[in-house]
Each structure stands twice: as structure tokens, then as C-alpha cells.
Ligand binder design. Structure first.
Ligand SMILES: [Fe+2]
Length: 321
């Protein structure tokens, strides 16, 4: 079906697949929501298999309500943002603000909410206000399979440990911080509130707390369901956005308490940057990605750069992601 063009002509994998009204031979028309409804099966093939990410560009979508209509056209369940680490505000239907980071702050590669037991199957971004050209603020995306394949070659033990031992993600909070976050001075009350968010609190001698972000271990390498991906193993974690690499975010360790090998992590960060495709936002752009097989990153922009990206997180319940 000839309905796509390449974002970067050198990128022969067409990752992400770019769909514009003009490139669609009329199949999508100009109304993206109707186009999605008509082409849902074909789109699912692109999202649940390869390339795993689609950029819709040039359609007339200009605000949260219109974005909500496009997201709802997929017919999936909105996940909301319970227990997530960022600050997001609900706007309308399945639409939330993105995290409230300063424009100059970079947020490294991660699968959305992969530090939790429950995470979205699809992540959808919408650019309401695009940063000016060359101000920065692009969103990088990269396929987890490409990262896994390269890291495994260089650091096979690391990928085995990520898969078999798995990861624990946590925050370290000072006494002042946990009292503020849980809105109490009482440890038992803080523990009860933490439990509702699937967090476990381990008290430290200095009055602070180690806040484990979700019960149990998270696999850092996942095997995707079904045979549609060929070699099904993918990099699936939030290492790229965690401390100590990005000091404002959470820490991680292997589930047995051992530390991750710094050299291997540094190599992984480099590989992610090398393999990424940068989506330089234009107002109205919508990027849909398979959160199991594609990671994303927020690039830094100049201070106070205008940039407004909205997000929807969806569960596809049972579709072969
Ligand atoms: Fe994210």
C-alpha cells in the first residue's frame, strides 16, 4: 500500500512511517480520525510489527479536543497516568499534558512507565505548539530491538542480567521530601498512601526513605509476544532516563541489589543516541508508537522555548503487541 513517505530518505526502514494527506492516495482523506477508522487493520500491522511508530503530518489537528478525536478513532482504552513518575494533567478524554520539565531539560530514552508493572501498549504524542526550527526540543525515537542487538554483541552478560535478574527502580527521598510528597509526618500513613501507588517505602537511618517504584522486579529486556517480530527480544527499560545519568530522575539496580556495570550502561546510552531518529516537531504532528518496541527521548531546547506536546497512553487489550 503506497501511502507513506520517508522522514529521512537515508532511513530505509521507514522508521517512523510518515503518513501525510498527500501521500495517502486518498486512502486517509483529510480527516485523520476517519482515515484511522478506515485503515485500522493496516495501521495495527505497522504498529504491532515493524516499524512500530507512525508520524501523521499535515493533517488539520490543532488542539486537545481534535487530538482526542484522533486518539479515540483507534478505539483503544485510555490508561490514564496512575502511579507514573512525571507530573501530568488530565485535559480531555484520553489526553494529558506531557511532563512539566523545563525546556532545557533533556529526558533520556525510556519505554513509558516501564518501571511499573502496568504500562501503556501505545503512546501517542501530539504537537500543539512546535519549538522554532533549530531551537531544539525534538523527540527522539528508537527501536528497542536495534538497541538490544547491539548491546548483546558488546556486553552479553549485561543483557542476560537485565533479562534474568531484572531491575528495581527507586527514588531516594529526604525526610522533608517524603513528608511533602505524602502530605503527612506519619510513616504509617505515608506507607499506606505509597501502597495505593504500588510503591514500597524502606526507611533510612537519616530519616529519609528509599521509595521503590513498583513491587517486584521489572525485566530490562523483554521478549515480545507472537512471531511477528522475528527475533523478539527488545531493550525495555527506563535506564536511559534514570539517575545517575540524568540526576533529576530515579535510580535503579539489579533485583539482587547489585549495581549495573557503568561501562555497559554508557555504551547503551551511546547506542541509543546513534540509532535514534529525531522527530523535529511541526504543529499538528501526531506520533503513535508501540511502547513495547519503541523508546522515546525528549531533547533539550534553549531556555524558555515554546513547545507544547500532549500525550495519550493506551491499552490495546489483547492485540499482539
Ligand atoms: Fe515518556
Amino acid at each position: 500500500m503506497a501511502m507513506a513517505e520517508l522522514l529521512n530518505p537515508k532511513n530505509t526502514d521507514a522508521f517512523p512511517l510518515v503518513i501525510t494527506p498527500g501521500a495517502c492516495s486518498g486512502d486517509f482523506g483529510n480527516d485523520l480520525a476517519i482515515g484511522i477508522q478506515k485503515q485500522k487493520l493496516w495501521l495495527e500491522g505497522q504498529l504491532f510489527g515493524s516499524p512500530g511508530a507512525i508520524l501523521f503530518r499535515g493533517f488539520s489537528v490543532s488542539n486537545a479536543e481534535e487530538f482526542a478525536r484522533v486518539v479515540e478513532a483507534f478505539g483503544y482504552e485510555s490508561m490514564g497516568y496512575r502511579a507514573g513518575a512525571a507530573t501530568r494533567k488530565h485535559l480531555v478524554g484520553p489526553v494529558y499534558t506531557n511532563n512539566a520539565l523545563d525546556s532545557e531539560t533533556e529526558l533520556g530514552f525510556h519505554n513509558e512507565m516501564s518501571y511499573l508493572a502496568d504500562y501503556p501498549d501505545l503512546v501517542v504524542f501530539f504537537c500543539e505548539v512546535a519549538p522554532p526550527p533549530s531551537a531544539g526540543g525534538a523527540t527522539g525515537i528508537v527501536q528497542g530491538k536495534a538497541i538490544y542487538n547491539r548491546i548483546k554483541k558488546e556486553f552479553p552478560e549485561f543483557t542476560e542480567d537485565l533479562e534474568n535478574k531484572g531491575l528495581v527502580y527507586y527514588n531516594l527521598r529526604s525526610e522533608e521530601s517524603w513528608k511533602k510528597v505524602y502530605e503527612t509526618n506519619d510513616r504509617a500513613e505515608a506507607e499506606a498512601k505509597a501502597q495505593i501507588l504500588s510503591r514500597t517505602l524502606l526507611w533510612l537511618d537519616d530519616g529519609g526513605v528509599k521509595e521503590i517504584l513498583s513491587k517486584g522486579t521489572r525485566k530490562g529486556i523483554r521478549e515480545l509476544d507472537s512471531g511477528v517480530h522475528g527475533n523478539n527480544k527488545v531493550w525495555f527499560n527506563s535506564i536511559g532516563s534514570a539517575k545517575p545519568w540524568f540526576p533529576q530522575f530515579q535510580y535503579f539496580e539489579f533485583s539482587d541489589g547489585s549495581k549495573l556495570p557503568a561501562k555497559a550502561v554508557e555504551a547503551a546510552l551511546k547506542i541509543m543516541d546513534e540509532e535514534q531518529v529525531s522527530v523535529e516537531w511541526q504543529a499538528g504532528d501526531i506520533v503513535v508508537m508501540n511502547n513495547h518496541s519503541v523508546l522515546h527521548k525528549k531533547h533539550a531546547a534553549a531556555p524558555n522555548t515554546p513547545r507544547k506536546i500532549l500525550v495519550s497512553m493506551l491499552k490495546t487489550s489483547g492485540a499482539p503487541v
